[in-house]
Design a protein. Structure first.
Length: 82
């Protein structure tokens, strides 16, 4: 209904649910999703960003970033090949 992509992630290593919303790029080759979560070490809010890039019909990449105290860091990169 919102005309946005939605992403949720749940695992058994933390007690929260990661939720993000995003949009498709104009060239239709990537989706950028934005959200928030809680840093387990400090208890502070994190801004999260996920970028899903479609490289070609057989390859894609997923990158995850977190921003804490105005500093963004990459926390995950997954390269997928069919």
């Amino acid at each position: 209904m919102k005309k946005k992509f939605e992403s949720t992630f749940i695992d058994n290593m933390n007690s929260g649910i990661d939720y993000k919303e995003g949009i498709l790029s104009d060239d239709k080759k990537s989706i950028t999703l934005l959200g928030t979560s809680i840093d387990a070490a400090s208890g502070k809010n994190l801004t999260t960003r996920e970028v899903i890039t479609i490289i070609d019909e057989k390859q894609m990449k997923i990158e995850e970033f977190e921003t804490l105290d105005s500093s963004e860091r990459k926390t995950l990169e997954v390269d997928i090949t069919k």
